[in-house]
Design a protein around this ligand. Sequence first.
Ligand code: URA
Length: 221
Amino acid sequence: MIHILENKVLSSMLTVLRNENTKSSEFREKLRLAGFFLTYEILNGHNQAEEIKVRTPLILTTGVRINAPILQLVVMRAGMHLAIGGGELMDQLNIPFEIGVVDAKRLEEDAPDLDFDVDITSFKVPSVDKKDIIIYEPMLATGGTITKILTKIYEKGMPLKLIIASIVSAPFGVEKIEKLFPDVHIYTLAFDEQGEFKGLNGDGYIVPGLGDCGDRAFGTY
Ligand code: URA
């Protein structure tokens, strides 16, 4: 299921990320901020919260604490700043969480149907059982990397919920995930459909998109 977070604040942030003139430093900053707000929406929509007692200076009253075990899964390298922003929010709220890191690479540069084969080169992920897993992947393009990661998660155990935090998603990847993993929730700031191939151009880039997210964040373009 896809959740497109549309509001003026998030759209203005996305506009800075889309702008080709945005410098790497500001690009990283906005990715972190986007990760913070995406995680805010995800926690609000998904996590269990328990009622707790809290003493104000005046009286004992009831409050709320988010308490489901959370595992952040960072898809390197583009997902790094998004995950840092999400972690900042959870740290602010004293929500404990674990972090797993995944590295993936495309096996070939050209695939006529854009169905690039992906190799997971590193999967450093703690136990996934009974946890809410938030996968930070800013560009949900072909869905090849994410479907491989989801498969590996299910080989490892049984999470409570699987949620993808993304900046821009294309129908190509979203349709693939919805078909193979219908229970997965996708939170995204934009659903870009202008590319010729279900939102993608012939090289697998999302259109209008924001270009190569990893290169822009790491200053390597
Ligand atoms: N990865 C990116 O960084 N950008 C795209 O448009 C697609 C995949």
